[in-house]
Design a protein around this ligand. Structure first.
Ligand code: SF4
Length: 386
């Protein structure tokens, strides 16, 4: 097999020009326009439990989350917003369903944005003027977040189900109510649990407005299924230049959502690739347990923040040539591993020492990269295909 292990320094050319969208500011994070696509998540704690929520936000921040959303279903949650908004290191979006009064509370609390769901906000439409004024005065953008599961009753009757057209009509109708009051500080999502419907909805929406778009496959499922669905749907749209901020929805801890979202952006070249472990899939020629080796190296380098490419190859047939192309690599055979750094064999170690040697060398190279000011990124793992 042959694998392209080119150096990661030069970012790949983008697949498509980004759709031109107006830019809004979610706190200090620009969304839309020429801003990089941002990654966000949502806390799973009770928002009223301030300590637990701030703890989870801190974990999300450490994992690379750029914007966080918190649910505000009760007065206790609304009361917790000022301290959460103040203490969070990343912008906090209040997620409001059913109760327009919490929109005002969130704006007063200093939240960076408010998400409303047109299908679920009762008697919302007659409050749009007041909300637009409060949001405009505070410089707070609104996300109009339409969900297939809570589509406006009127549109459900018109379309029979949550079609792409129905989702888009709901979102644009809500936008028009804000526009009547001169408010355009808006971003939109039109989520569906079916990636095909979701892709069609966002394509339609992208043609019909210039608002920045928040991508999401709603109720995507447990980690494996949700990751695939989100990667497929976001990949299709982002490859067409559609999408300004993403949230991967998983039935899993929110930090996992950030890992997946970050990996999607890195895979598409929309974010600088971080540590990349290129490992062969193994075959009958393998002379070491490639899976275990790759897993151990990945685990040992978790948290590395530099764009380092590490090759883990299973045999001497193709291994040496491929390992040479990476920053750091191993080609295994006969119970030994040849360790390559920048194309040169620096040592040969017994199989039992391969992992620790790779980790030591990776740490050393990473230190040199940091000293020379190389930008940071999240770890990525690429399995070389046959
Ligand atoms: S063991 Fe790995 S590197 Fe060697 S031929 Fe098989 S897949 Fe390729």
């Amino acid at each position: 097999m042959s694998v392209d292990l080119g150096m990661p320094a030069a970012p790949p050319r983008p697949l498509a020009r980004r759709r031109k969208s107006r830019q809004i500011m979610v706190g200090n994070v620009p969304v839309g326009g020429d801003a990089p696509v941002s990654v966000q998540s949502m806390t799973t704690t009770l928002t009223a439990d301030v300590n637990a929520t701030l703890q989870q936000i801190a974990e999300l921040t450490a994992s690379g989350c750029q914007i966080v959303r918190v649910a505000v279903p009760s007065a206790d949650d609304a009361e917790a917003l000022p301290i959460i908004a103040k203490k969070s290191q990343i912008p906090v979006i209040a997620d409001i369903h059913f109760q327009p009064k919490y929109v005002f509370a969130a704006i007063d609390a200093g939240c960076a944005a408010v998400r409303v769901n047109p299908g679920n906000i009762k008697k919302f439409d007659d409050k749009v003027g007041e909300i637009a004024k409060a949001a405009s005065d505070a410089g707070v953008p609104i996300r109009i977040g339409v969900n297939a599961g809570s589509l406006d009753k009127r549109l459900m009757e018109k379309y029979g189900k949550a079609t792409p057209e129905a989702l888009v009509e709901s979102a644009l109708w809500e936008c028009s109510l804000f526009e009547e009051h001169g408010f355009r500080d808006i971003k939109i999502s039109v989520k569906h649990n079916d990636p095909v419907v979701m892709i069609q909805a966002y394509r339609l929406l992208a043609e019909q407005c210039d608002y920045p778009l928040h991508l999401g496959v709603t109720e995507a499922g447990p980690a494996f299924q949700g990751t695939i669905k989100s990667a497929v749907a976001f990949g299709a749209l982002l490859a067409e230049g559609i999408g300004d901020t993403i949230r991967v929805s998983l039935s899993a801890p929110p930090v996992e959502e950030i890992k997946v979202g970050t990996q999607i952006l890195e895979s598409l070249g929309l974010r600088q690739r971080g540590l990349e472990i290129v490992s062969c899939p193994s075959c009958g020629r393998a002379q070491v347990d490639v899976y275990t080796l790759a897993e151990e190296v990945t685990a040992g380098l978790e948290g590395m923040d530099v764009p380092l490419r590490v090759a883990v190859m299973g045999c001497v047939v193709n291994g040496p040539g491929e390992a040479r192309e990476a920053d750091l690599g191993v080609a295994s055979g006969n119970g030994k591993g040849q360790i390559f750094v920048k194309g040169e064999v620096i040592k040969t170690v017994p199989e039992s020492k391969i992992v620790e040697t790779l980790i030591e060398e990776a740490m050393r190279i990473a230190e040199e990269m940091r000293d020379s000011g190389v930008a940071s990124g999240e770890p990525t793992v690429a399995v070389a295909g046959r």
